[in-house]
Every structure is written in structure tokens, then in C-alpha cells.
Design a protein around this ligand. Sequence first.
Ligand SMILES: *[C@@H]1O[C@H](CO)[C@@H](O)[C@H](O)[C@H]1NC(C)=O
Ligand SMILES: *[C@@H]1O[C@H](CO)[C@@H](O)[C@H](O)[C@H]1NC(C)=O
Ligand SMILES: *[C@@H]1O[C@H](CO)[C@@H](O)[C@H](O)[C@H]1NC(C)=O
Length: 330
Amino acid sequence: MNRLILPVLFAVLYQVHTLPLHTEEDEYLFKSWMSQYNNKYEINEYYQRLQTFLENKKKIERHNAGNHKFSMGLNQFSDMTFTEFKKSYLLTEPQNCSATRGNHVSSNGPYPDMIDWRTKGHYVTDVKNQGACGSCWTFSTTGCLESVTAIATGKLLQLAEQQLVDCAGAFDNHGCNGGLPSHAFEYIMYNKGLMTEQDYPYKAIQGECRFKPELAAAFVKDVVNITKYDEMGMVDAVARLNPVSLAYEVTSDFMHYRDGIYTSTKCHNTTDMVNHAVLAVGYAEQNGTPYWIVKNSWGTNWGINGYFYIERGKNMCGLAACSSYPLPLV
Ligand SMILES: *[C@@H]1O[C@H](CO)[C@@H](O)[C@H](O)[C@H]1NC(C)=O
Ligand SMILES: *[C@@H]1O[C@H](CO)[C@@H](O)[C@H](O)[C@H]1NC(C)=O
Ligand SMILES: *[C@@H]1O[C@H](CO)[C@@H](O)[C@H](O)[C@H]1NC(C)=O
């Protein structure tokens, strides 16, 4: 009799174990999330995504119940594991970004307690969305060149990430697999110009280079690197001159960021570990914690209307490992 019952029992236990454990309420939440982000799945994928979604939701709730400087929330990445997220959205090639001796020259201060280039004038374009392509470095680059050009000329242009994705390979950049703002600024300098978003629209996939010199709209005179780990040099540049491109390491907790000042004990802080590039548009301090105001390229639904705050003064996640900005040629 055992011979008959055992396999049946195992089969039943196995079924129970592998059945997705979720309530109707969970599924309702998942379905409204799906419609909010316009997601559709085949039936098999549906249960797998639901499972991942619920694991992320649990992680978010656990984090928010704890005592942290930042909160987490559901967003467009909530049906992905970090491994999947990393593959589609972050720099997958290791980057060589070490500026052992940068050429940024700091003043002696003093520096204002806070600065925000978004409110100083019309200097920062709206948050863009890189889509499923590791092209963050191109958005950090256009964001910075847009700002330095606007500060110099009073004209805020929208510049073309796609030109960098398609054309900047000779400067150690890799399209949707990654690159660095400092290398992209060098490409723009030697290439003699970057076109506008309108003339070279973004596609989130690498294609043939279609640069037209007669349509070049923004230019670089020189590239300025801030010496690696010199976070005060970044403060100096942002306080006195313009927003600054930076790179850092994104770990699994960052994917769910909602608001507050991001800090992590999981991330590394060295040049070889950076996997995401963004734009520091200002800094401030809250309840004794100094932070950077950073423009991301994951759309306006992510974080604080597309922005995030990250702790300042500790080289948090390597954010001072490879920062740079261009001098515009106007
Ligand atoms: C980094 O630099 C090394 C040596 O300069 C080179 O071999 C390697 O291909 C570079 N890696 C990337 C991702 O550019
Ligand atoms: C700036 O740093 C990059 C590495 O991120 C390096 O390739 C480049 O030569 C440096 N440029 C200057 C002007 O020092
Ligand atoms: C990185 O973090 C470690 C541990 O907190 C610290 O000792 C080290 O000085 C940091 N290195 C850099 C380059 O910031």
C-alpha cells in the first residue's frame, strides 16, 4: 500500500509547494500594477512574474517597516529580479574610469549649504527614459552637456543620446552595454559635435551611426575629470560651475528606491565596480545628513519624479569614483 500512497502523497505535496502562494488581493494588486505599466504576459510567464512581484513587494514592505533614511516602493521594475534588471538596465561591461589625477581645479570655498540647478534658471531638461538598454552613460552625458551649454548660452537644448549609442564606440564605449560620460565627452570633442534629440531620436537599441555634421548642435572644448574619490571637488564644481556626471554602483535595494536619502551597506565604492551613470544637479542637507540631488534616466515615474537623493560626503557606492563634465564650445 505504501508503494501506491507515497508517490501520490509526494505529487500532492509537490503541487502544493509549487503552486503560487498568493491571495486574491495580491493578484488584484499585481493586475492593477500591470495595467498601470501596460504589461501583458503569456499565462506561464504571468505566474512567474506574479511570484517575483510578490517577493519584491515583501522586500519593499520589510524595508519600509525598518528604520531607514529612504523608502522603497513599487515601480516599473517590480516584476523583475535584480539579475534581470542588471542585464537590461545597467552597464554590463566593466568600466575603466579611474582619473588618478583629474584636471578640475577646486577653489577654496566657502560653498553654499544647498544648490539646485533646476531652480537657478532654465538649465536642466526634463527626466528622460533609457528603456531596456544599458545607455545610462549617454543620458548622463547629454544631461551634463545640455546644462553646461545652457549655462553658457542661455539656450536649453535636448541632445541626442542615440548618436552616442551608435557612434561613440571608438572611445571605449559599448552602446547598450555601457560606456562612460568622460569617454563620451571626448567623442563629442573629437567628432566635432552632438546632434539634437529631434534630429537623432532615441531608439534604445544600437544601430548604424547616422551623424550629420551640418546638424551638430552642441560642442565640447575640453573634458574635465574630477580626481577619483575627490567628493569635495564635485561639491566645488556643482556649487560654482554646473551639474556633474557621476557613476556609482547600483545594488538590488536601489531598484526599488522611492524617496528619501539613499544609503547602502551592500554597494562597493571603487572605480571598477560602478555600473550606472547619472547627473548630479545639486546638493543639500536634511536632519544633519548631506545628500546629492541626482537626475536619473528611468522616466518620471521612478523615484522622486525621476530624481533621487544619495548620501553625500562618504563616496557612497563609489559616486566619487569617476565624475566629469565638459567645457562647452559656444
Ligand atoms: C579597460 O582597460 C584595459 C587596459 O587598458 C583594456 O584591456 C580593457 O579592454 C578595458 N575595458 C573596457 C571595458 O573598456
Ligand atoms: C578623463 O578620464 C578618462 C577616464 O574616465 C580618461 O580616459 C581621460 O583621458 C581623462 N581625460 C583627461 C582630460 O584627463
Ligand atoms: C570604501 O569603503 C571602505 C569601508 O567603509 C573605506 O574604508 C574606504 O576608505 C572606502 N574607499 C573609498 C575609495 O572611498
